[in-house]
Design a protein around this ligand. Structure first.
Ligand code: UDP
Length: 456
């Protein structure tokens, strides 16, 4: 490809959380590799906290969410944060567009997270191409789309639930905002509002790939959706561990060498990797059940326990597990999932985590907590068939016996072998989708071509 023929400047605006920044940042890197110039704006607070992972080819800019000193934690409520983010964020985004206007690289395109729909209004005001970038699965978005357009009435009156193109869903498979009416109303309004802007966007991108997400077909007809995923850098997909795995930025501090050194001493497929992503906050009881199950099972484990969750670990847990397990506050998840020692990912089923596991061929055990994770867990077990979803007791807890049972199912025996085979199949398809001429690569080229300028 004649990269020099392109010089459009895309400007990406993720929702300010790790799971939204990662895919958009990775996508921007991909656009740079296709010859575009890309910038990514985070909030000032995030910019000051993030740990850039060395030589990123992107330019980083900042907008303000109105909480420059403390970010989300400083806000009085979710509703207050989202409101201020929209108002002040839009204004500072407009300032950035103006700042770039008379430079050699004026902004040609805003790629915005549809959690921030006013970014599209700003783009339109300046006559700039506006592309929505959905960070969740087509299935989840399609459910929200149906609710937003009144095609699925709430509260759900009867189950199972039928939505064209989706498997039959029970209430527990629905995103938590629907299955638990009244929970997090501000977030629910936000996920439904995504469609108020995306219907008017010039392009709608999504971090999945056509072969994985059967709904992409039905959704693309109604939403003009362009699957461009997985956004994971190809050096993870093709090669497995390298020395310098630069992929952007992290909001938490990790020490890769500690994890790598420990994992490299373990046999292939012998380690459970447990992580609940950047936002989930487990109850003390759930942490205790996990701790006992991981300590009691017959496998090694690497467990990410964020600093904010550490106090919930049973006393002397870290001392007592010895070399059987490693507990860290954060890790480079792509590096960990790429390590041959990992045999199972015990996950909260955040979409990035699931897509990363599928794309790297790692079988999964789902312990979903909230939002879209429940729907992703349903797909893991019944659609992609790469693992199991743990059963929750009436008290809302997944108990230690169930965790141990699920771990065995994934790590051992005939079912375990089957999950691994399926996971490898998805990995191969993910690589194909992103490789030259693959379904996502073609969609990326189609997108890039909109900013192609005649030869410089
Ligand atoms: N992640 C990471 N290290 C960790 C845990 C998570 O790098 O120790 C990354 C992970 O690779 C993923 C993102 O953080 O890209 C989490 O996104 P996800 O959608 O899975 O969950 P969320 O944090 O949004 O709940």
């Amino acid at each position: 490809m004649e990269n020099q023929a392109y010089r459009g400047h895309v400007f990406a605006l993720p929702y300010p959380s790790q799971g939204h920044i990662n895919p958009l940042l990775q996508f921007c890197n991909r656009l740079v590799s296709k010859g575009l110039k890309a910038s990514l704006a985070t909030t000032l607070y995030i910019h000051n906290t993030m740990q850039p992972q060395s030589s990123s080819s992107l330019q980083f800019d900042t907008i303000s969410d109105g909480y420059d000193e403390g970010g989300f934690a400083q806000a009085e409520s979710i509703h207050a944060y989202l409101n201020r983010m929209e108002t002040i964020g839009s204004k500072t985004l407009a300032d950035l567009i103006i700042k770039n206007k008379n430079t050699a690289n004026p902004i040609d395109c805003i790629i915005y997270d549809p959690f921030l729909p006013r970014a599209l209004e700003v783009a339109k005001k300046f006559g700039i191409f506006g592309a929505a970038f959905f960070t969740q699965t087509c299935a989840v978005n399609f459910i929200y789309y149906h609710v937003h357009h009144g095609l699925l009435k709430l509260p759900i009156a009867s189950t199972p639930i039928s939505i064209p193109g989706l498997p039959v869903l029970e209430l527990e498979d629905m995103p938590s905002y629907i299955s638990v009416p009244g929970s997090y109303p501000a977030y629910f309004e936000m996920v439904l509002n995504q469609f108020s802007s995306s219907d008017k966007a010039d392009a709608v991108l999504t971090n999945t790939f056509y072969e994985l997400d059967p709904e992409a077909d039905s959704m693309s007809k109604v939403c003009r959706l362009l699957p461009i995923g997985p956004t994971i850098p190809s050096f993870y997909l093709d090669k497995r561990l390298e020395n310098d795995n630069d992929y952007g930025l992290s909001l938490f501090v990790s020490d890769s060498s500690v994890c790598n050194n420990w994992l490299n001493t373990k046999p292939e497929g012998s380690v459970i990797y447990a992580s609940f992503g950047s936002m989930a906050c487990l109850t003390n009881k759930q942490m205790e059940e996990l701790a006992f199950a991981l300590k009691g099972c017959k496998f090694h484990f690497l467990w990410v326990v964020k600093a904010s969750e550490e106090a919930k670990l049973p006393e002397k847990f870290v001392e007592e597990i010895g070399n059987k397990g490693l507990v860290v506050q954060w890790c480079s998840q792509l590096e960990v999932l790429s390590n041959k020692a990992i045999g199972c990912f015990l996950t909260h089923c955040g979409w990035n985590s699931i897509l990363e596991a599928l794309s790297l061929g790692v079988p999964t055990m789902g312990v979903p907590q909230w939002t879209n994770q429940t729907t992703n867990a349903k797909y893991v077990q019944d659609v992609w068939k790469v693992g199991v979803r743990a059963k929750v007791c009436e008290n809302g807890i997944v108990e230690r016996e169930e965790i141990e049972f699920c771990i065995k199912e994934v790590m051992k025996g005939e079912r375990g072998k089957d999950f691994l085979e399926k996971a490898k199949k998805w990995r191969d398809l993910a690589i194909k989708a992103g490789s030259e001429g693959g379904s996502s690569d073609k969609n990326i080229d189609e997108f890039v071509s909109k900013f192609k300028t005649p030869n410089l």
